[in-house]
Write a protein that binds this ligand. Structure first.
Ligand code: ZN
Length: 135
């Protein structure tokens, strides 16, 4: 892992959460982006070198909707920057961490992402991410 890249927080409503987090952090949301494949709409803030990613479900069967149902609002995942998501999925898999999928997926904020099951890391959903070339 190169660095903690962002912290993902599940919220019921971006419309309600964005102004609150702008007040808390003292910085404006710099991007709102939907990832249709994941059924999620995201809002990003920069705090020093780390970002905060608020996550709102866009459909009832999305992973975020299921998370909110089970656990309510709160910290959803930690995302670490890596050089190569594909390689990280393999290498960490070999070290006993359970990838949720084999291939890197397109994520928000122009990233390739990979996820590891929370049981691998003491109940924490872990994301690895890598910048994606604009196409
Ligand atoms: Zn994330």
């Amino acid at each position: 892992m190169r660095a903690l890249e962002h912290i993902g927080i599940a919220v019921r409503s971006l419309q309600e959460a964005i102004p609150r987090w702008e007040r808390l952090l003292g910085v404006p949301c710099y991007k709102i982006e939907e990832v249709p494949s994941e059924g999620v709409r995201t809002a990003f803030f920069r705090v020093g070198a780390v970002k905060i990613e608020l996550l709102e479900a866009t459909r009832p069967d999305s992973p975020i909707a299921r998370f909110l149902e089970r656990r309510g609002e709160g910290i959803h995942h930690l995302a670490f920057a890596v050089d190569d998501v594909r390689q990280a999925l393999i290498a960490l898999g070999e070290k006993g961490f359970a990838p949720l999928h084999e291939e890197p997926r397109p994520g928000a904020d122009n990233k390739w992402v990979g996820f590891f099951h929370p049981r691998s890391a003491n109940g924490v959903l872990v994301e690895v991410c890598q910048d994606r070339e604009e196409s």
